[in-house]
Design a protein around this ligand. Structure first.
Ligand code: MG
Ligand code: MG
Length: 257
């Protein structure tokens, strides 16, 4: 069931989203060779507290999970697509690593979800192109958000950017409704046909999150940690995400400064 948010609730989420964006920017600025994933997790918690919110992912149990997520930050390196865990096995960032930082931020009871991918040090032309295309895929998806359009329009816009750039969409992973909970309806695909799926209505708040890979789109799940998804062929993946509200005349991106 899709739960619409009131204008007042969306206003609160906009303020939460601004704070969320500041947290991600500060963490992004810390990414460089030699930095520990433990330090980033610690910093994420510190910044979330400073911005007067709570870590939505910490202790969250998604459907089908065998244990709650143990961290505030999802930290995914290179072939890890999403849901990497920063605070169990320490990872020291290397030159050229592709690092995805994904955070859920709860502010006054409302959750926003946003992610970015950044290269540590000097990336190759290929990694830079992957990041650029994934960011553009997100922008294209956001542009498709208007009342009367459909979630399939978002997927079609995202997939078209990926295809033009020559990259694959990570299969089986998608965006979602967000706000009262980390994952709500509707399902927001990263591919698909225009005019299909749920119709977008004012008051809907969705996380749009393209995940693109340099190789094939197949992903595998890490049964050992119960969370991390990696590309099956070991190719690099990038991920960008914003929380977006559907308004009467278009949309507002909530997770921007
Ligand atoms: Mg996210
Ligand atoms: Mg999400």
């Amino acid at each position: 069931m899709i739960e619409l948010k009131s204008k007042e609730e969306i206003e609160i989420m906009r303020e939460g989203g601004r704070r969320h964006a500041r947290i991600l920017r500060a963490l992004k600025d810390m990414v460089e060779p030699g930095v520990s994933s433990f330090v980033l997790e610690e910093k994420a918690r510190e910044l979330i507290e400073k911005e007067e919110g709570e870590a939505s992912f910490l202790g969250y149990s998604p459907e089908g999970a065998n244990r709650p997520f143990p961290a505030a930050l999802c930290f995914s390196v290179n072939d890890e697509v999403v849901h990497g865990i920063p605070n169990e096995k320490e990872y020291i960032i290397k030159e050229g690593d592709l690092i995805t930082l994904d955070i859920g931020f709860t502010y006054k009871g409302f959750i926003t979800d946003s992610a970015i991918t950044v290269v540590s040090g000097n990336g190759t032309d290929e990694t830079k192109a992957l990041i650029k295309a994934t960011r553009e895929a997100l922008e294209a998806g956001i542009k498709a958000v208007k009342p009367g359009r459909f979630v399939g329009d978002i997927g079609a816009a995202v997939a078209s950017v990926a295809k033009d750039a020559g990259f694959s969409i990570a299969k089986g992973l998608s965006g979602h409704g967000v706000g009262y909970a980390v994952h709500e309806d509707p399902f927001v695909p990263n591919e698909g046909a225009r005019g299909t799926g749920e119709e977008l209505r004012p008051g809907m708040v969705i996380a749009i999150e393209p995940m693109l890979t340099l190789g094939g789109g197949k992903v595998v799940f890490d049964n050992e940690d119960g969370y991390t998804y990696r590309t099956k062929d070991g190719s690099l993946a990038a991920h960008f995400e914003h929380t977006v509200a559907v308004t009467e005349d278009g949309h507002i991106v909530l997770t921007r400064e």
